[in-house]
Ligand binder design. Structure first.
Ligand SMILES: Cc1cc2nc3c(=O)[nH]c(=O)nc-3n(C[C@H](O)[C@H](O)[C@H](O)COP(=O)(O)OP(=O)(O)OC[C@H]3O[C@@H](n4cnc5c(N)ncnc54)[C@H](O)[C@@H]3O)c2cc1C
Ligand code: FES
Length: 294
């Protein structure tokens, strides 16, 4: 399957808001009916949205879940500025202009036995999409999904019933949706939320990898989150010699490869190439990503 998205495959369509749930810490989950997007979406893809009719510049948002049968997709977003504020004011039945699906997805097959999915903050949505894809695609790979947040998680956490010797025994808080899919998940925070790992999500990942030193070849890493987290993930993958794909975020104007406003430095052999996060990414092999120095 050709999974590359370019100007010839990205659709500009109208979607209808089916629901919008307002959660703690100005986080929102919005469900959009839009079969044209859903039919060709893949885990790691995103859409570029008109947040409302008056705001000309679109905003990029990851796809968190799709229902191919019912023709909707979900996004989880946090209000951080004018665009996300306007998006949060959408109501059921509103029409919304959607450009998508956009971007190189995560790898879609050939997973190792224990894919380790690491999501931080608003980097959680692509990890949920990928976890669902892996679960539906194969029974020989059982993902472990780790999520970190410094604001209340955008779902009601509950103690996991899936016991694992691979995770710290006292860390039981999980995401109910993943638990219902029988996918192992664990949560991390520095805020002392009940049942969560006390620390960064990458510290929890390191704990798990250390616990599994004899079977590291069963692991591979997928991650999305803030750059500081992704840098730590890249270092972790390097330390444990694991394959690792990460999804980057950049400010975007066109999101279809035309303006190069989202270019980042990527190592290609001996050379450094400028790559557009929108259409050459957002998913890249972690070892090739050169993070901007602070
Ligand atoms: C591929 C991709 C997927 C994304 N998926 C999600 C998602 O699933 N959920 C979600 O909540 N957000 C996601 N984002 C980030 C989201 O697009 C920005 O938060 C949004 O564009 C901010 O728009 P605004 O008008 O509300 O804020 P602005 O007023 O434009 O900015 C407010 C603040 O957010 C920062 N900001 C704006 N855009 C970005 C960006 N792209 N990356 C990092 N910081 C940014 C600004 O520097 C500023 O500090 C994604 C971004 C990309 C590139
Ligand atoms: S946002 Fe224009 S090329 Fe990526």
């Amino acid at each position: 399957m050709n999974t590359r998205r370019h100007r010839g495959t990205i659709k500009s369509v109208s979607g209808t808001v089916l629901s919008i749930d307002h959660l703690a810490a100005e986080q929102h989950v919005i469900r959009i009916e839009c079969p044209e997007i859903v039919n060709s979406a893949l885990p790691g893809n995103f859409v570029h949205l008109r947040c409302n009719r008056e705001l000309a510049m679109r905003r990029p948002m990851s796809i968190m879940r799709v229902s191919k049968n019912q023709g909707w997709f979900d996004m989880l977003f946090k209000t951080v500025g004018v665009g996300t504020d306007l998006l949060s004011q959408q109501s059921v039945g509103d029409e919304i202009s959607v450009l998508g699906p956009i971007g190189v997805p995560f790898k879609l097959e050939g997973y190792r036995k224990r894919p380790l999915l690491i999501g931080g903050g608003v980097g959680i949505p692509p990890m949920i999409y990928l976890a669902e894809h892996i679960k539906d695609q194969t029974t020989s790979s059982q993902p472990i999904v780790l999520m970190g947040s410094e604001v209340p998680f955008p779902f009601q956490t509950r103690p996991s019933q899936i016991m694992s010797t691979q995770c710290p025994p006292e860390v039981l808080a999980c995401m109910p949706l993943l638990e219902d899919w029988k996918v192992l998940s664990r949560l991390a925070t520095n805020q002392g939320y009940s049942g969560c790992f006390n620390g960064f999500v990458t510290d929890l990942a390191k704990y798990i990898l250390n616990m599994n030193r004899s079977s590291l070849d069963e692991f591979e890493i997928f991650a999305c989150g803030p750059n500081t987290m992704l840098e730590a993930v890249k270092a972790l993958a390097n330390e444990f010699s694991l394959p690792c794909q990460i999804s980057l975020e950049e400010h975007m104007a066109c999101a279809v490869g035309g303006c190069a406003g989202c270019a980042v430095e990527i190592q290609e052999g001996q050379n450094i190439a400028m790559k557009r996060v929108c259409v050459d990414g957002p998913v890249f092999e972690a070892e090739t990503v050169i993070f901007p120095s602070k």
